[in-house]
Design a protein around this ligand. Structure first.
Ligand code: SF4
Length: 311
């Protein structure tokens, strides 16, 4: 099929805008969208020191590529990558190898921290332990808490001003629906392109420059730019509630193209309202055990570590 904007052959069909685009026109649209998200939400400052959470997947590879090109233009800002090794056999090793090579290629400083070294337990060991716990949550609930905790601590130690993550349009819609279905409306207040309790020195704010990019377009962009990424899914992802929501939203998008963009629009209208209701700007408490930030007395990380008798 011919590109809707020139005479070249198209490489992608965007059903939501009824367009077929060739490689140059798709690349232009994709990068323009990321730059617009950054500009509109003031995600980058000239003196930023960005820690990019690099997982080995397509989203963070695309994010690193684009941010690297942008920060090179602004010479006063700098960038480095952090990879967390969760310790999942047959999955994590690939991620480490891919991220190492990618950072070498781009000449970007790369820090790798593992669950085993920093926390004392791998995800495979966590899964073994929770098999014996009757009310245990799915593996991702543990992994998410560990990863967020470690990423924040390490980014802070490395004096990052922001953590950039590869969250995309699909992720945002999935999280919104998950919070909604679980009745966890307070969490909606914490969503958005720029998240974090900015004034607290213990917390490194997070930015999501790919938040308006559909997951399938990120994959196409990565492939067109010959980025190497791990296309294998984590073996524990199938236990996550997110998988059900993902399939459901993909079904809606398939039948009604543009639904995810519309959902994001609704999320963005809802966030300021929920922020007012749940007042997330207030300073949280310090965890009684580790001193990291928490909304209660003991943070989720220490709660889990206590459950596993690792404290
Ligand atoms: Fe961790 Fe779940 Fe992601 Fe696997 S799918 S890496 S367990 S959060």
């Amino acid at each position: 099929m011919q590109c809707s904007q020139c005479s070249k052959t198209s490489v992608v069909e965007l059903k939501y805008s009824k367009q077929f685009l060739c490689k140059p026109h798709f690349t232009r649209l994709f990068e323009k969208r990321v730059r617009r998200t950054i500009r509109k939400n003031k995600l980058l400052r000239f003196d930023d020191r960005i820690a990019v959470a690099l997982s080995g997947g397509k989203d963070s590879a695309v994010l690193l590529k684009i941010l690297n090109e942008l920060t090179k233009k602004v010479r006063t800002s700098s960038l480095f990558a952090i990879t967390i090794d969760e310790g999942i056999a047959g999955y994590s090793e690939n991620n480490i190898e891919i991220t190492k090579k990618f950072c070498e290629e781009l000449e970007i400083r790369h820090y790798i921290f593992s669950f085993k070294d920093e926390i004392g337990i791998t995800m495979d060991e966590v899964v073994n332990k929770i098999k014996n716990l009757s009310k245990a949550a799915p593996p991702c609930s543990y992994c998410g808490v560990f990863r967020r905790n470690l990423l924040n601590i390490k980014a802070r130690e490395l004096e990052a001003t922001k953590i950039a993550t590869g969250h995309n349009l699909d992720d945002e819609c999935q999280v919104m629906f998950m919070n909604f279905i679980r009745g966890d409306l307070g969490r909606i207040a914490r969503m958005g392109t720029y998240t974090g309790i900015i004034k607290n020195e213990k917390f490194v704010p997070k930015i999501k420059p790919l938040r308006e990019c559909p997951e399938n377009e990120i994959k196409i962009y990565a492939e067109l730019n010959k980025l190497v990424f791990n296309s294998k899914r984590c073996p524990y992802s199938r236990y996550a509630f997110r998988e059900t929501v993902r399939n459901c939203l993909n079904g809606i998008e398939e039948k009604h193209p543009g639904s995810k963009f519309q959902a994001l629009k609704s999320i963005d209208e809802l966030i300021p309202i929920m922020k007012e209701v749940y007042k997330t700007g207030e300073l949280p408490n310090k965890c009684e055990i580790c001193g990291e930030l928490t909304s209660g007395g003991v943070c989720k990380f220490c709660e889990i570590m206590g459950e596993f008798q690792l404290l």
